[in-house]
Ligand binder design. Structure first.
Ligand code: HEC
Length: 509
């Protein structure tokens, strides 16, 4: 069968979405193209392995309609797309066409097919012939891992696959359609430099004080009050999958304290990046930072980990003990999340994102602020931000935050084994590190608690598996694989190894 690559969208998981549509009964066949409404921005240009044409890689957003389109019309289409992309900044422009690859899992994939699939899953673009051949020969000599590592050397792995992998963790809408930011850059940096992945939160070497910026000349310098540094860098990323400016070569490790006015012991990895602060600290009660960290980095939204058996003594005053006049609701619902969440969210008591303007419209000016020792909030009279004491009259006898001491009540009860697989051979697994105490002071030690959890390890593996294999674990062998990958990940916390193992596992046979 002919390889049916025609136009490959940026992120392999979008391609997966199209393929899923096919699986759900939509018909995709050679010569049929999908017209998409795309989001911004429209980049990079990638090369079509069949025709050699440059094709716009696109962020498709929503399938609009199907149409017949012979291959020779592609060039015109591209031209039009490029023009419209240049002309318009609109979020809603119709730019290009995408055709789904019809490779099926059961196809007789030889090592060339396997190499192509590995490259596609990791880089999201077609490989050069030379790279493809090297990978194929690695695969035939039983060294598929080397083939995967070679694919991960592609700039597109960093510029596209990893960027889109991380971006949804950095905003409440969980979208990839957002500009490059310090959170994403820091995670990509940790992966590219083979750093212990726990360092994105807290690890022994950098202890939360880690940040990646670019040393390229001509970029706006990093600022706590805007994202221009990263937007400038993103605008200059090479649109080809060869050399040029890219996130593999043009990100450098630095410290947060070199760029931000927060003390060393207030750094908590990605949680204290500007992007995370802007997404999860504005307004509210700082619980969003905790919730989205659990969701994005431990793969457990609070709904999944509610436990109504925990003591409610640290639940703040703003949570009514008899919502709607019914105390049973508090006991059966509210406690489930708040008993565990509130004492952990206390770690962020001295932080806020202060801004003026409209965050949703992206027109605000704001920055992460932190009450260092000696600073007091005018309302609370302590270092605690006033948001921690709002709506105190909802339940006067509720917990009053006076410092940033936190405690993990979920070390006991149904979350004691959070993140452990249910496999019988896994019965000794514990959700939380026995070398930590489950309590501490400030965001940095909370970040350490979370980074060393079983859920953090298994979560990264599950997310990589989904990205690379293009489906969640759905068979016994998948689940066993995830379990063994989690165990290996915990031996070195190298995320590239996880990508390689998943790519090899899903390369087809
Ligand atoms: C599934 C978990 C969950 C349950 C159950 C839950 N909450 Fe919450 N609650 C949250 C999260 C997460 C936030 C933070 C939301 C945000 O800021 O984005 C929150 C925030 C709040 C706030 C602060 C709102 C603000 O920002 O001013 C109050 C008050 C509150 N919850 C009360 C309750 C009450 C009362 C109940 C029971 C009826 C309840 N919650 C049940 C998760 C939960």
């Amino acid at each position: 069968m002919n390889p049916l690559w025609v136009i490959i969208p940026h992120a392999s998981h979008y391609k997966r979405d199209i393929c899923l549509n096919r699986d759900q009964g939509h018909e995709f066949s050679p010569g049929k193209l999908l017209l998409f409404i795309t989001g911004v921005p429209v980049r990079p240009v990638i090369t079509n392995s069949v025709t050699g044409n440059n094709i716009l890689g696109i962020y498709q957003y929503y399938a609009l309609e199907r149409m017949d389109m012979p291959a020779q019309h592609l060039a015109t289409l591209e031209e039009t797309s490029e023009k419209s992309a240049n002309r318009m900044n609109s979020r809603w422009l119709i730019t290009s066409a995408v055709m789904c690859s019809l490779m099926s899992a059961s196809a007789l994939a030889n090592s060339l097919d396997q190499a192509r699939r590995i490259y596609d899953r990791l880089a999201g673009v077609p490989p050069t012939t030379a790279v493809l051949n090297t990978m194929a020969s690695d695969i035939s000599s039983s060294n598929a891992t080397a083939a995967a590592m070679l694919a991960m050397d592609s700039p597109a792995f960093y510029n596209v696959t990893l960027k889109n992998f991380v971006m949804p963790w950095t905003n409440e809408a969980q979208t990839v359609f957002a500009p490059l930011n310090d959170y994403v850059a820091t995670v990509i940096g940790v992966v590219k430099d083979n750093i212990d992945f726990r360092e994105i939160l807290y690890g022994n070497t950098y202890q939360g004080n880690i940040l990646y910026t670019s040393g390229l000349s001509g970029l706006t310098t990093y600022s706590m009050t805007d994202n221009k540094h990263y937007e400038d860098l993103e605008a200059r990323l090479s649109i080809q999958d060869v050399g040029g400016i890219n996130l593999r070569d043009d990100l450098t490790r630095t410290t947060q304290t070199a760029h931000m006015d927060i003390p060393t012991n207030a750094t908590a990895g990605v949680l204290t990046t500007r992007a995370a602060a802007r997404a999860f600290f504005p307004d509210g009660t700082n619980r969003a930072m905790f919730r989205f960290t659990m969701k994005n980095l431990l793969c457990n939204d609070l709904e999944q980990i509610k436990d109504v058996t925990r003591a409610p003594d640290r639940i703040r005053q703003d949570v009514s003990r008899s919502p709607g006049g019914d105390s049973r609701i508090f006991l059966n619902a509210c406690i489930g999340c708040h008993a565990g969440m509130d004492p952990m969210t206390q770690a962020f008591a001295y932080y806020d994102y202060e801004y003026t303007g409209d965050i949703e419209a992206g027109t605000e000016t704001g920055k992460l602020v932190y009450n260092a020792p000696g600073m007091t909030d005018p309302i609370t009279g302590t270092r605690v931000k006033k948001k921690y004491l709002i709506n105190a009259s909802n339940f006067r006898y509720g917990f009053v935050t006076t410092n940033d001491d936190w405690q993990n009540y979920w070390r006991e009860g149904s979350n004691a084994k959070l993140g452990c697989s249910d496999e019988p051979n896994n019965s000794s697994c514990t959700g939380w590190s026995s070398s930590l105490t489950g309590k501490g002071t400030g965001a940095q030690s909370l970040a350490e608690e979370l980074a060393n959890s079983e859920a953090f390890a298994s979560c990264q593996v599950k997310k990589v598996f989904r990205t690379v294999c293009e489906h969640d674990a759905n068979s016994t062998s998948d689940l066993t694989k995830i379990e063994s990958m989690t165990a290996s990940f915990k031996s070195n916390y190298n995320l590239k190894d996880v990508f390689a193992t998943a790519a090899v596992y899903c390369m087809g046979n």
